[in-house]
Ligand binder design. Structure first.
Ligand SMILES: [Zn+2]
Length: 414
């Protein structure tokens, strides 16, 4: 797959992924047993306990989870078609029917970004490695990791449509942490309303995909988990070593799930065409990337069963293609993956988030993209009430002037 100078052929990488993965397990459902969405906690204080956490780590009754194969999540036929169109275009540049080009222009444009990225993958990989495995300072390394992942992964794969939280990229001309000199785009990455989970995620890709950086890797029991559950049998192995990292892992996972769910509502409330789709969110640790997804209409929470590895030689190209697929979920995901009407058996595996509190529907109907009710600290002129939220660690300014925020303000004063 790799040529002498480290270039990777995108068509071949996608083709191989389709051949190898079609029958393999892609995602699993997560069912929420306890969560604290109401009450105004920042994402960092979210607590989400899923049935799957409990089954893995405690003496808790195991329940079956629903597993989705790759071919059930992704439109494999469309992806094959894309490869074929691309090959025809390459071999017959002048005579390729314009109709086909137009019909699949969005898919083809997305594919061109994958091609360009994989061509330079060896370079990007070096830049990522240099920063992700470089610093020992946790706070410093989280900010550096965000910048390098922006510049050398999510940025190029989204045609630069990727902003870093401007609490992280504070300077006006902030550049990539690897030293390549590329300027970082920053902006307001807030999601949520103050009455529910809320906060600024580390990065927003393509305006709808949150990315969170942490130094926490998922425990390796993940692989055992898949096999055990695939057979639908034995209780998962309880590894006492994993208990040492359990609390931190639990907090990172809770934060990721809270962001995934909150973002899904915000996206669907602003854009009807996303309803019925599980909307992804990424969690990046130095050596792996995990993906959570939530379909708020059907109340189905999914997790990509195995995290992605960018630095394992045999896995790295397929990890990039997978990340690209999730980034382009609107184009390549099957429309009915989590549709309860289409798959009635799924109703046994709903997340039970919407039923976790009687007020959920009402509160979450208010969510929009952007931080409703809270202007960013960089725009103090828009604000007239200021409050310090110590748990959140930043000043939060409440806007009274913006008409769009009035429903929220009303809610605040009630
Ligand atoms: Zn760089």
């Amino acid at each position: 797959m790799a040529s002498n100078d480290g270039e990777i052929d995108a068509e071949q990488a996608l083709q191989e992924l389709l051949e190898k993965n079609a029958e393999s397990i892609e995602t699993m459902t997560l069912r929420i047993v306890f969560c604290n969405p109401i009450g105004g906690d920042p994402f960092s204080a979210a607590v989400v306990i899923t049935q799957e956490n409990l089954s893995a780590l405690y003496d808790y009754p195991s329940q079956r989870t629903n597993l989705f194969k790759f071919k059930h999540v992704w439109d494999v036929e469309k992806l094959h078609k894309l490869i074929n169109i691309k090959r025809r275009q390459d071999s017959d540049q002048d005579n390729c029917p314009k109709r086909i080009k137009r019909e699949h222009e969005c898919e083809a444009a997305a594919f061109r970004l994958l091609e360009a990225y994989l061509k330079d993958f060896a370079y990007h990989q070096k830049c990522l490695e240099k920063v992700l495995f470089g610093s020992n300072d946790v706070k410093e390394s989280a900010a550096s990791a965000t910048m390098v992942l922006n510049t050398h992964l999510f940025g190029p794969l989204s045609d630069g449509n990727c902003i870093v939280d401007n609490h992280i990229a504070r300077q006006e001309h902030c550049t990539c942490s690897c030293g390549c000199g590329k300027e970082i785009k920053s902006g307001n990455t807030g999601i949520g309303v103050y009455s529910t989970w809320h906060g600024f995620v580390d990065m927003i890709v393509k305006e709808n995909l949150p990315v969170t950086i942490s130094d926490m890797e998922e425990p390796s029991m993940d692989e055992d988990t898949t096999e055990d559950q695939d057979e639908g049998s034995e209780e998962m192995k309880k590894d006492t070593n994993t208990l040492c990292v359990h609390d931190k892992q639990k907090s990172v996972t809770s934060r990721l799930i809270a962001e995934t769910i909150t973002n899904a509502f915000a996206q669907v409330n602003t854009n009807d065409s996303l309803a019925d789709l599980p909307i992804p969110a990424f969690g990046c640790a130095p050596r792996q990337i995990s993906v959570y997804l939530y379909d708020c209409k059907n109340d189905v929470l999914l997790k990509k069963t195995l995290p992605l590895h960018l630095f394992k030689r045999k896995d790295s190209a397929s990890a990039v293609v997978m990340i690209w697929l999730y980034m382009n979920f609107r184009l390549f995901m099957k429309r009915d993956v989590t549709d309860i009407k289409a798959h009635s058996d799924l109703s046994d595996f709903q997340a039970q988030f919407c039923s976790s509190d009687a007020n959920i529907q009402e509160f979450y109907a208010k969510l929009r993209s952007g931080f409703t009710g809270c202007a960013h600290p960089d725009q103090p002129s828009l604000t007239s009430v200021v409050r310090t939220d110590e748990a959140f660690g930043v000043l939060i300014f409440y806007s009274l002037k913006d008409i769009k925020e009035q429903s929220w303000i009303q809610f605040l004063t009630n």
